[in-house]
Design a protein around this ligand. Structure first.
Ligand SMILES: [Zn+2]
Length: 470
């Protein structure tokens, strides 16, 4: 309800921002302020101190607002944004029938536009970082980097390194991987990463080599693992080991691995994750929409397993993702054992930003409001009917927070989004172009769906009802 002054926020820094509170890892700090300059937090501390030590700066008052870290999406497919609802109601492993054909139908303009559309949705949902698991569109991955940069979002950019099934040969794949890891050094927004779609998509030598290359470069390798029963059983038949056990045997587990989904974990696999420092992207909405299980995230938190939260391209909404993270744990684990705390709220908020940044290899750069960190943050209006009578703000943000409360999104110290709209590029024009290109791409793609649309399903349901013998 309180609107800060947009022009003051859009001014080139340094800026002294004085919200009602700053969300620190320890909790909300009332009466704190931040100074941002050169894309980073120069200082974070009590407002009266910062005003005394920075007398040359005019404080920008942000009444009714909380300054909190931007959300980190630990698992996304930016070039799949043209067809989110194409997967609704579909059985698991939709990548074979929907995503690979759709991405294959994208030319350069379509891939750029799809990625920029996904970035816009993410920014509107409060994400300041998205992690792309590697496009399968037949374009230079730099197209996705440009889209993220032009949209103004931080991006961990995966390069697909699949070399099994004759897709490519190993030396060529590894040469490209090395070039990719060097290509974005020093880039303020784009951070290189490697990706293997699923463990059997790469040879054992390549799985080992990508792990080594990424570890040396301080980057992550993204692999979808233990997501669906079919995948776990394929691995058991082929190797006599479950996917995570197989990756462990060949030496591909470690802090450089970002294991996407990891929903189907045995106690032994939890131990492997904990012992090797491997990170996980917990994707609760993907579990609800197309999964076989929910990753045991409360157990992972208890055992110190590193994890972030990912959308998997389902919907770019940080508050709903944090809420889904809690909700899924309650229904899948908490209810049955009477765990009414189930992470105590803070777990889901923290893993939505700080834990996510750590999991995607950016823990020293983003995810926390602290001196020296990138100024990736949100100004959230907490003076709303839903949140003004606050008793426990972190938990309230998880359960009652909503993206319409996000007044401003900053990435690398710059105002990128104001009240849901980009500040320095034409959002509506991008959406119009995306709608045109999406129709054409889906028309070209050999997408095979099992489930009818909602309206067609209703008609079938009605027809069944009417044909029931009386
Ligand atoms: Zn995925």
């Amino acid at each position: 309800m309180n609107q800060p002054d947009r022009d003051s926020l859009a001014a080139p820094g340094p800026l002294l921002l004085e919200p009602d509170a700053v969300l620190l890892p320890e909790g909300p700090a009332d009466g704190w302020a931040v100074v941002i300059g050169d894309g980073r937090f120069e200082t974070v501390g009590p407002a009266h101190e910062l005003k005394r030590t920075h007398p040359h700066l005019t404080p920008v008052r942000l009444p009714g607002h909380l300054l909190m870290p931007g959300f980190v999406d630990a698992h996304h497919h930016l070039t799949q944004s043209f067809g989110a609802a194409l997967a609704f109601g579909e059985p698991s492993e939709i990548f074979r029938r929907v995503w690979v054909p759709l991405e294959g139908a994208l030319d350069e303009e379509a891939a750029y536009t799809a990625a920029k559309l996904a970035a816009l949705e993410a920014l509107r949902g409060g994400f300041t970082t998205v992690t792309d698991a590697g496009t399968r569109a037949d374009v230079d991955v730099d197209v996705v980097a440009s889209a993220a940069r032009d949209a103004g979002i931080r991006c961990v950019l995966g390069l697909v390194c699949n070399d099994a099934e004759g897709e490519a040969d190993q030396p060529a794949v590894l040469e490209k991987a090395e070039k990719h890891l060097a290509r974005y050094a020093g880039d303020p927004l784009v951070h290189a990463s490697l990706a293997v779609s699923i463990p059997e998509a790469a040879t054992e030598g390549t799985l080992r080599a990508t792990a080594r290359l990424a570890a040396e470069a301080g980057a992550v390798v993204q692999i979808h693992v233990n997501e669906h029963l079919a995948g776990v059983e394929r691995s058991l038949v082929r190797h006599g080991l479950r996917p995570l056990e197989h990756l462990h045997r060949i030496g591909a587990l470690g802090p450089q691995l970002l294991a996407a989904h990891a929903t189907l974990l045995t106690p032994h696999e939890l131990t492997l994750l904990a012992d090797t420092g491997t990170a996980v992207s917990y994707n609760p909405v993907a579990s609800a929409w197309k999964g076989n299980a929910v990753a045991p995230a409360v157990a992972m938190a208890e055992r110190g397993i590193r994890f972030g939260l990912g959308t998997d391209g389902t919907r770019g909404d940080g508050f709903r993702l944090a809420e889904a993270a809690e909700f899924a744990q309650r229904l899948a684990y908490g209810i049955g054992i009477g765990d009414s705390s189930c992470g105590a709220g803070w777990t889901w908020l923290e893993h939505a930003h700080r834990g996510g940044a750590d999991a995607v290899g950016l823990g020293a750069r983003t995810g926390t409001i602290a001196q020296g960190m990138a100024a990736d943050f949100l100004l959230v209006d907490v003076d709303t009917p839903e949140l003004a009578l606050s008793w426990d703000l972190p938990w309230e943000l998880v359960r009652r927070g909503n993206r319409d409360q996000i007044t401003a999104v900053f990435v690398a110290g710059r105002l990128r989004l104001w009240q849901g709209a980009p500040t320095d590029w034409d959002g509506p024009a991008l959406v119009r172009r995306a709608a045109e290109l999406a129709r054409a791409a889906v028309g070209r793609a050999d997408v095979s769906r099992v489930h009818p649309t909602s309206t067609a399903a209703r008609a079938l349901h009605q027809a069944r009802e009417w044909s029931t013998p009386q």
